[in-house]
Design a protein around this ligand. Sequence first.
Ligand code: NAD
Length: 370
Amino acid sequence: MSAAGQGVKVGVARETAPGERRVAMTPETCRKLVAAGAEVRIEAGAGAGAAMTDEAYRQAGALVVADAASALNGADVVLCVQPPAATALNDLREGTVLIGLLAPQADADRGAAITARKLVAFPLERLPRTTRAQAMDVLSSQAGMAGYKAVLVAAQLAPRFFPMLTTAAGTIRPSKVLIVGAGVAGLQAIATARRLGAQVEGFDVRPETREQIESLGGRFLDLGVSAAGEGGYARQLSDDERAEQQRRLGEHLKGVDVVVCTAAVPGRPAPKIISAAMVAGMKPGSVIVDLAAETGGNCELTQPGETVDRAGVVVSGPLNLASSGAVHASEMYARNVFNFASLLLKDGQLQFDWGDELLARTVWPERATG
Ligand code: NAD
């Protein structure tokens, strides 16, 4: 808790994960935090990967400091995209609030540091996806950018135009693009591939996606399997359902030029949907971009972070695509984070209303309910 009479101290350091260009606070959200009574410190260069200058932060009311320690140590609230290293967490003041994509269970040292320092950690990936939480939903905002970029990566790798073209050298047929999984990333991928002029199909195991795919100008690919689960997410498929989905998909892929995979089941490795045999059946020159690479990939041949050629079929497994659109991804992420932090900032002070399910269900470790 901040000392009486002083504003809540908010700290932001440069992201340290390799290749991470996003920043958790933009000059815009910095200004809002200052207006809400916060005292903001940011490490010099923290916004550089997202084209946000130190000067812009200064003008927004932040104190720009030379290193991470000066930004974070003594802070009441630390904002981040990816989790700080466990060593940095160990240096935080006891009870510091930490907000970001923290994945506390993915790294034992990180989880231990959060518990040992008694940090009040809010891993935003745990946020319940209710209507009220939409303005704070970093998974959705970042998936939108990732889905968009995935199609651009595919268009870049494909040895074809996406649109139909009538030229003096003859007519070019439009590329056939299949988007696997029509959640937030998949729907943005469908919209993007349509804008590029491709013939787009999408499929998902949740039947309600048919209407969403069609409303974006795509065709719903019906593989005869429906697996709507709890809370708007997919459930795992049974063996029989999977076999039928696989058989029909394998046949269909023979005529597809580009596949963008986005299918996921929360808390589990990505479902394996495209087998090595299916890839072998695809035409040379086809491209697969597997956005699910971070959780193992939807395609059996995906190597996370690599682009490989499998007998003429290019299989790419890009990681952290949202970071490649760092300006807009950061703008959205930072607004999400600001909206979440606003639940805690009352009259310039930190207050925890544990009766608010958005706080209670997001905090880690879970708090015992009285
Ligand atoms: P996700 O990233 O967990 O999964 C992506 C998609 O993959 C989902 O549509 C899922 O059905 C699909 N999928 C899973 N297994 C599959 C398989 N074997 N074959 C084909 N597709 C498969 O999901 P997401 O994009 O984060 O969100 C999923 C849903 O939650 C969407 O309907 C979204 O609109 C909804 N949502 C609601 C809110 C809200 O505020 N109410 C917020 C965010 C998302």
